[in-house]
Design a protein around this ligand. Sequence first.
Ligand code: PCA
Length: 200
Amino acid sequence: MHGEKILVTCFEPFGNNERNTSFEAVTKMSAPGGVVLKKLCLPVTWNGALRALTAEIDSFSPDAVLMTGLASGSEHIRVERVGINLCGAIKDNDGNLPSQSGERPIYEGGESAFFSTFDYAKILERLKASGIKSAYSFSAGTYICNYVLYGALKKLNDEKKTVRAGFIHVPDAAEFVPAGKPSMSLDMITRAVEIAAENM
Ligand code: PCA
């Protein structure tokens, strides 16, 4: 970990969400000691998200990639275990579907799924030890978060890179949503992202 380069990504707001907690938390987070941390905010678009991420992986050449995104409605941090080869029929921030017929594979003929390669067990253990509600998740959905997770894992696998990579979904920040909606404080979410970056 010491001397390593870590790329941490988040997303711009999308859908009905005025803020994207992943952006707010990644903006606030501190780098783990001795690590060169690069932050990148990705667009919520089928055309732009994976392209921007892979370009940054190529130019920054990180040792580890921590991707984050908002799972509105969740009450806990979701440590994603798998990305699947599917773009769901969901319109992006440009109003585009992934294809004219609706859904499509991310890569035609690609592997059905890739498992996260970060140290999910250590991350979950440290989150829980810090009193942060968290759990494994075995589906990152079929929207742009799953798209970048699968896309990054496939790229790193195809290029035979030993770069660790994985995704955590964060809840809405209590500060940004009406009382009663499932949420967590922004400070706690920020700490969760730091813990993930420190233990991947
Ligand atoms: N969450 C969405 C896309 C961007 C984000 O922050 C998702 O879960 O796919």
